[in-house]
Write a protein that binds this ligand. Structure first.
Ligand code: B3K
Ligand code: ZN
Length: 855
């Protein structure tokens, strides 16, 4: 086993590329079985590298037809991963490498490199897919302008940059902006465009196109609108204008992730482009807006300024996630957006950070870089930018960003470059802050309070501690910004958000001359990605839920109350006291709170959240008990609030045609949350009526979920399937809903039955995730004591791995929580992981994942 272990790459081993690329020209003669790729690459020695080195070209799965160096045939033969031209074979100055290779896009099921999706040619090169297209120094610190010619019988032929010429069966593209190979893209297909125009703040006329398969062109309007709003926002908020004459987006059905920011030619999973009121939910619209913005924002943070090496991935991803979060907050309710981001951070990143896959935001080694497109790099990476902005202030942040663009445009950078910009722009020493990038794990923030009545002195003592993570037994103290407000006992605010800076392991903060003992509102806006350990009474939490003026902390107080209740109920036969129920009633009745926010307040923590909290508190979570407790609490809440829920359900309708705008979406969210609770009481009567009458997918799908959840959804599910059998994106929803809502004891069987459905095209990542992603999201079902969920997932990961290792490896993270559970479950999960690990021919992706999870 050991000998076969794939090699790890280490940050410390970085060396500059011995040669830079002045220009690249590529000719593609497309054919499903035998595409010919001709390349012409002009190399120059890198003045910053040790001279006299060999030239290593990456290349995988390529048939080399011929190659020359300055016109002379090359005799060197490729090995498994590329080709080396020894130093003595290279001219002293610049030289030209030319090669012709053959590849077979049709057989490329891994969806990395050049592949085919429903007759369309498309590419995915990040992180290291370009080496499956031709021989090249496939590393992000080699940037070059690309010229591309495509020859094909497909009518639409696209690549990066601006179109320069075209004729029947060919097209040429020129991208003047130097870029790394991972941003290369090519598309050829029978496509139609939804087109528009945009004039930049610099006066550039940009042609915008969203390319889709015929029949989908009527579902691009929202994505286009989101694109134009993103372009304007980046000009207004970051001073960044678009820099080419065209911006193309292509929707592809077979795609490993959400989307890809290739220069001037973004490629999207069609799920994040296509939307109509009848087929897409409010959540879909939300995601489309967010991902369109994210990929567009990469044009500056990622493309114009890229990463020196893949360890620096958070340089572009953390920053771009932060930017898309700012954009969404500006576009919709900022408070609701922050709450949603924190829910997602805890569900994915805290989970990762407290388990065997914990790694720093900037990892220092990897085996397969595709395994590091994680919640830690993305979402925690974004939290670090948010903290930096809070610490230096909004104005200084803006100044630092302008300096960043000015200083590093056209470069491949590091986290050190990024922090240096902030140090220079603000004069602040950020060396302690840098630890956030290199130290893994979620800090615990312990809070103690003392109050001296006589002098009116209130002292907050904050203590930080980060538990060990794999490979990092000892942790240094971090610089933690703690936003704090103080409330008087009557609920008035005594002090508005001050930002305390906790730098030491323990620090006291003293507030003098207060008229009465204050109630602290801590970590307002979730000012740092930490776990707060603050023993607060239920009365205090109810007080904060009622009075806190910070919308995040108000929600957080309600959340903590509900979570504690659910933790108790899952461990003993406890029942909720009237205090919580009354507090929930009061917030629901508060019309000054916007409906989307009230919907958030009404939602109970999910089962995964409760399991994590129990584990954190030193208990062993029992998935079945958690499920039962949560269902019981929903039932109790529904019964207590019934008249108000019914009224809200009747009054929160959205007359007129469907609009995805925040206002209507918020009303629907509240109305449908009420419906979900009411379904526990009315046997699904309201949901069945709504299912019949719904004029949009948001309502129809919510009604279906309510019915399935209470076990009364078979007929509706059958009708839903018949109605939407022709629509792949809606049918993905159908698969997912059936598995997610299956009762725990039936979840694995439901997934297994559906895996035999004729529409279960398992090689399509969306469809695979619809069933098996849903299985892992059905927490009590996946972790059912029979172990059937574990076995089924392992069977399918073993099957998918040789076909599409990236998607398989990503889903294997469902097993990362094994250590939380009882010995029987631990044993079952480890057995499945070992079974996967021992599969002959296992991919590098999956080999790394199983070995890290097993520890
Ligand atoms: N940069 C791409 C992700 C590429 C993933 C490669 N396995 C999408 C994004 O973050 O915008
Ligand atoms: Zn990104």
């Amino acid at each position: 086993m050991k000998d076969a272990a794939p090699q790890a790459v280490h940050l410390d081993d970085y060396t500059p590329p011995p040669f830079l690329v002045e220009s690249v020209s590529l000719i593609f003669r497309l054919d499903p079985k035998a595409t010919k790729v001709q390349s012409r690459v002009r190399f120059v020695p890198n003045p910053d590298a040790v001279p006299g080195q060999a030239l290593r070209l990456d290349g995988e799965g390529l048939i080399l037809l011929n190659a020359t160096l300055d016109g002379t045939p090359v005799t060197a033969r490729p090995d498994e991963t590329g080709l080396t031209l020894p130093a003595e074979a290279l001219p002293r100055g610049p030289f030209t490498w030319e090669a012709e290779v053959e590849i077979a896009p049709e057989g490329n099921t891994a969806l990395e490199g050049l592949y085919m999706s429903k007759g369309m040619y498309c590419t995915q090169c990040e992180a290291e897919g370009f080496r499956k297209i031709t021989f090249y120094p496939d590393r992000p610190d080699v940037m070059a302008p690309f010229r591309v010619r495509i020859e094909s019988d497909r009518p639409v032929l696209l690549s990066n940059g601006n179109p320069v010429a075209q004729g029947p069966g060919w097209a040429e593209w020129d991208d003047p902006h130097p870029k790394p190979a991972y941003l290369f893209a090519l598309v050829a297909g029978d496509l139609v465009a939804h087109s528009d125009r945009f004039t930049t703040s610099e006066g550039r006329e940009v042609a915008l196109n969203i390319w889709v398969r015929k029949g989908d062109e009527g579902r691009c309007g929202y994505a286009m609108d989101a694109l134009k709003r993103s372009m304007r926002w980046d000009e207004e908020v970051y001073g960044r204008a678009y820099d080419l004459d065209v911006f193309n987006i292509v929707a592809v059905d077979d795609f490993n992730m959400g989307a890809m920011e290739n220069k001037g030619l973004n490629i999207f999973n069609s799920k994040y482009v296509l939307a109509s009121p009848e087929t897409a939910t409010d959540t879909d619209y939300d995601n489309i807006e967010r991902i369109i913005a994210h990929e567009y924002f990469h044009n500056w943070t990622g493309n114009r300024i890229t990463c020196r090496d893949w360890f620096q991935l958070c340089l572009k991803e953390g920053l771009t996630v932060f930017r898309d979060q700012q954009f969404s907050a500006d576009t919709r309710s900022g408070a609701v957006k922050r709450i949603e981001d924190v829910i997602a951070l805890r569900a994915r990143q805290f989970r990762e950070d407290t388990g065997p896959l914990a790694h720093p935001v900037r990892p220092d080694s990897y085996v397969e870089i595709n395994n590091f497109y994680t919640a830690t790099v993305y979402e925690k990476g974004a939290e670090l930018i948010r903290m930096l902005r809070l610490l230096v202030g909004a104005q200084a942040y803006d100044a630092a960003l302008q300096l960043y663009f000015q200083r590093h445009d056209g470069q491949a950078c590091t986290i050190e470059d990024w922090l240096q910009v902030f140090a220079d722009a603000t004069g602040r020493d950020l060396s302690q802050f840098k630890r956030w990038y290199v130290q893994a794990g979620t800090p615990r923030l312990h809070v103690d309070e003392t109050w001296e009545e006589d002098s009116g002195t209130y002292t907050l003592t904050l203590r930080q501690h980060t538990p060990p993570t794999p490979g990092q037994p000892l942790k240094e103290p971090l610089l933690i910004p703690v936003a704090l407000g103080l409330l008087a006992p009557d609920g008035r605010e005594i002090m508005r958000s001050a930002v305390l800076e906790l730098a030491a392991p323990e620090q006291g903060f003293v507030f003098e001359g207060l008229p009465a003992r204050p109630v602290p509102s801590l970590l307002r806006g979730f000012s740092a990605p930490v776990i707060l350990q603050h023993a607060q009474s239920a009365e205090r939490q109810a007080f904060l839920l009622a009075h806190d003026t910070d919308p995040f902390s108000k929600w957080e107080a309600g959340r903590a109350l509900a979570r504690n209740l659910l933790m108790q109920m899952s461990r003993a036969d406890a029942a909720p006291g009237p205090a919580w129920l009354d507090a929930m009633e009061a917030v629901l009745a508060d019309d000054s709170l916007d409906p989307a926010y009230r919907a958030r307040l009404l939602a109970l923590p999910d089962e995964e959240d409760i399991a994590r909290a129990l584990h954190e508190a030193g208990h062993t979570p029992d998935p079945a008990a958690i499920h039962a407790a949560r269902e019981k609490l929903r039932q109790t809440l529904a019964a207590h609030l019934e008249p108000r829920l019914a009224t809200l359900y009747d009054t929160m309708d959205t007359p007129g045609p469907y609009s995805p705008e925040a206002r209507d979406a918020g009303r629907r969210a509240l109305r449908l949350s009420c419906l979900s609770l009411l379904s526990a009481l009315d046997g699904g009567a309201r949901a069945a009526r709504l299912f019949d009458q719904a004029g949009n997918m948001t309502e129809q799908f919510a009604a279906l979920n309510c019915l399935l959840h209470i076990g009364a959804g078979d007929e509706a599910a059958a009708r839903f399937y018949r109605q939407w059998a022709h629509d792949r994106l809606v049918i993905d929803k159908w698969f997912g809903a059936r598995v997610r809502n299956a009762p725990p004891a039936r979840a694995a069987q439901t997934a297994e039955d559906l895996s035999r459905h004729p529409d279960f095209t398992w090689q399509n990542p969306n469809r695979f995730r619809a069933v098996f992603g849903a299985l892992t999201a059905n927490t009590a079902g996946f972790h059912h004591a029979s172990g059937a969920g574990y076995r089924l997932l392992a069977d399918w990961l073993i099957r998918l791995d040789p076909v599409n290792p990236q998607t398989a490896a990503r889903l294997s993270t469902a097993f990362e929580t094994w250590a939380r559970f009882d010995p029987a479950r631990q044993q079952m999960i480890r057995t499945e992981l070992k079974r996967i690990a021992e599969t002959p021919g296992l991919s590098r992706d999956m080999t790394e994942m199983t070995s890290r999870i097993l520890g």
